[in-house]
Design a protein around this ligand. Structure first.
Ligand SMILES: Cc1cc2nc3c(=O)[nH]c(=O)nc-3n(C[C@H](O)[C@H](O)[C@H](O)COP(=O)(O)OP(=O)(O)OC[C@H]3O[C@@H](n4cnc5c(N)ncnc54)[C@H](O)[C@@H]3O)c2cc1C
Length: 455
C-alpha cells in the first residue's frame, strides 16, 4: 500500500490543479485518472468547442469578406481538416500538461479508482492511502427520461465534437451555454439550427438584457429558437429526428443535440458507502470544499458550484492550500467570470439586476451601447456593456454582449472583485480604439460624465 499526503481521484481541471499546487507546497501527491489527463475541459469541453467556434468565425469572416472590401469565396467546411486543427490544439496542450505533472513529481496513476475507505482509493487492485483525499470525478452530459442517446442521430456534446461532416439541420435541446455555443458553430458551418429551451430565455442564468440581445443577434443570424415550451418526446426515422413540444409544435432535423445540463459523476464510486453527504449525486462541501468526512474534500463539477474549468482550478488550488495549512480565503462565486463564446459573445461577472434587487440593493443601471465604440464599428459588431451598481456605491455586476467581449472580463472582474465605484474607474485611460474603451465609457457615464454617449 502506497502512502501519500493527498490522494486525488480524477485528473480534470479540479483534480490536476489541486495536484500541481499541492506538490508545489511540498506535499506528496498521487493523481488517479481513468481516461486522459486534462478531463472534460481539455478533451471534450472548453478547448475543442472554442477551436470549432474559431473555425466558425473564420467561415463567417470569409462569407462577409466583401463587406470589408476583401475578395474571398466561401467554398464550405472541410470537417476532417477542422478536426485535425482542433485535435492538434488539444494534443499540444495535453502533452504540455503531462510534462507539467511529471515535472512536479506528482505520482500519476492510470485507471478507474474507487473510494474503499475514508482515506483510501483502490485502482487496478492497488490501494493508495492518504492523509487527505480529494474527489474530483467531474460530470457527464445528462439526458431526459425517455430520450435515448444513440451517438448518431441523437447526440451529446461528446459526440458532436467528433462529427466528420456538417449536418444539414440540427435541433439543439437546451439553450444554455453549451447549447448556444454549438448552435453558433453549426450556423457558421452552414447548418439550419433550431434551439429548444423550456425557460423563457436563452442563457437564462445571465442578466435578462444579455439574453435578449443574444436572442436578437441569433435571430439576425437565422438561428431559430423556441422558448418557454417543454420537450415531450423525440422519434427517429430515416428522415431524421422529430421533436414534439408541450405546446403541440413539432420540429424535424437530421440531428438532435441534447444539451440539457451536466450531472455529477459520483455513482458507484464508494462515496455514499463512506458516509459522504450528497444531494442528487453532488458531493456537498463547505466554503473550503470540505465534505462532512474529515480529510475528504471535493472540487469541480462534482460539487454544486458553477460548472466552469476556472472554478475547478480555483477549488483545486484552495484545497491544496487548505491541506498545506495556508488557511486560504473562500471563493466568492459571484466574482467568477462567465463567458458564452457564441457569436456574439456574452460575458459577465457579479450580480444580475434581478439578483442585486433580490439581495436588497438600491440598484442603478447603466447601458453603454457598442454603437458608440470605434472598434466595435470596425468589427461590425453590435452589443453593449451594462453596469449594475448600488446607488452611490460599488459596481455589483458587469454584463456584456458583442464580438470578443470575453476579453474585457479581465478588467470587469477587477472592478467587481475590488468593489470599485464608477468614480474609481472613470479616470482610468483606455487605449483607443479598443473595445475596452466601452468599459471606460460605461463607467464615465455612470459617474455622471459621459463622453461618447448620446442622451
Ligand atoms: C462542451 C463543453 C464546453 C465547455 N466549455 C467551457 C468553457 O469554455 N469554459 C469553462 O470554464 N468551462 C467549460 N466547460 C466546463 C468544464 O469543462 C468543466 O467545468 C471542467 O472540466 C470541470 O472540471 P472537473 O475537474 O470537475 O471535471 P472533469 O474535467 O470532468 O474531470 C474529471 C476527471 O475525472 C475522471 N474520472 C471520473 N471518474 C473516475 C474514476 N472512477 N477514476 C479515475 N478517474 C475518474 C474523468 O475521466 C475526468 O478526466 C465546458 C464543458 C463542456 C461539456
Amino acid at each position: 500500500m502506497a502512502e501519500f499526503d493527498v490522494v486525488i481521484l480524477g485528473g480534470g481541471s479540479g483534480g490536476y490543479a489541486c495536484a500541481l499546487r499541492a506538490s508545489q507546497l511540498g506535499l506528496k501527491v498521487v493523481l488517479i485518472e481513468k481516461d486522459k489527463l486534462g478531463g472534460t475541459c481539455l478533451h471534450r469541453g472548453c478547448i475543442p468547442t472554442k477551436a470549432l467556434l474559431h473555425a466558425g468565425e473564420i467561415a463567417d469572416n470569409t462569407r462577409d469578406a466583401a463587406e470589408f472590401g476583401v475578395k474571398a469565396e466561401f467554398k464550405g467546411i472541410d470537417m476532417p481538416a477542422v478536426n485535425q486543427y482542433k485535435d492538434g490544439v488539444i494534443s499540444k496542450l495535453h502533452k504540455g500538461l503531462q510534462g507539467l505533472v511529471k515535472s512536479r513529481a506528482v505520482t500519476y496513476v492510470e485507471g478507474a479508482g474507487k473510494l474503499v475507505a475514508k482515506d483510501t482509493v483502490e485502482v487496478n487492485g492497488q490501494r493508495y492511502t492518504g492523509k487527505n483525499v480529494v474527489l474530483a470525478t467531474g460530470s457527464y452530459a445528462r439526458t431526459l427520461p425517455g430520450l435515448e442517446i444513440d451517438g448518431k442521430q441523437i447526440v451529446t456534446s461528446d459526440h458532436a465534437l467528433h462529427l466528420d461532416y456538417v449536418p444539414k439541420s440540427v435541433i439543439v435541446l437546451g439553450g444554455g451555454v453549451i447549447g448556444c455555443e454549438f448552435a453558433s458553430v453549426w450556423k457558421s458551418f452552414g447548418a439550419d439550427v433550431t434551439i429548444i429551451e423550456a425557460l423563457p430565455h436563452l442563457i437564462a442564468l445571465e442578466d435578462e438584457s444579455s439574453s435578449k440581445q443574444l436572442e436578437r443577434a441569433f435571430r439576425k443570424r437565422g438561428i431559430n429558437f423556441e422558448l418557454g415550451s417543454k420537450f415531450t418526446g423525440a422519434t427517429k426515422s430515416a428522415g431524421g429526428v422529430t421533436v414534439t413540444l408541450e405546446n403541440g409544435k413539432t420540429f424535424t432535423a437530421d440531428m438532435l443535440l441534447v444539451a440539457v445540463g451536466r450531472g455529477p459523476t459520483s455513482a458507484n464510486l464508494g462515496y455514499e458507502a463512506q458516509g459522504i453527504a450528497m444531494d442528487r449525486g453532488y458531493v456537498l462541501v463547505d466554503n473550503k470544499c470540505r465534505t462532512n468526512i474529515p480529510g475528504i474534500f471535493a472540487v469541480g463539477d462534482l460539487i454544486p458550484t458553477l460548472q466552469l474549468a476556472h472554478v475547478g482550478f480555483a477549488e483545486g488550488i484552495l484545497v491544496a492550500e487548505e491541506i498545506a495549512g495556508y488557511n486560504p480565503r473562500p471563493i466568492n462565486y459571484d466574482g467568477v467570470p462567465r463567458v458564452t463564446y457564441s457569436e456574439p459573445e456574452v460575458a459577465s461577472v457579479g450580480l444580475t439586476t434581478a439578483a442585486a434587487k433580490a439581495k436588497g440593493y438600491d440598484v442603478v443601471e447603466l447601458n453603454y451601447d457598442l454603437a458608440g465604440n470605434g472598434k466595435a464599428q470596425i468589427l461590425k459588431t453590435a452589443g453593449s456593456v451594462k453596469l449594475v451598481a448600488e446607488k452611490n456605491g460599488p459596481v455589483l455586476g458587469i454584463h456584456m454582449v458583442g464580438a470578443r467581449v470575453g476579453e474585457l472580463l479581465a478588467e470587469a472582474q477587477l472592478i467587481f472583485n475590488w468593489q470599485a465605484d464608477a468614480e474609481d474607474v472613470a479616470p482610468l485611460i483606455h487605449a483607443h480604439p479598443t473595445l475596452s474603451e466601452a468599459m471606460g465609457e460605461a463607467h464615465l457615464a455612470l459617474a455622471g460624465k459621459p463622453l461618447h454617449a448620446h442622451g
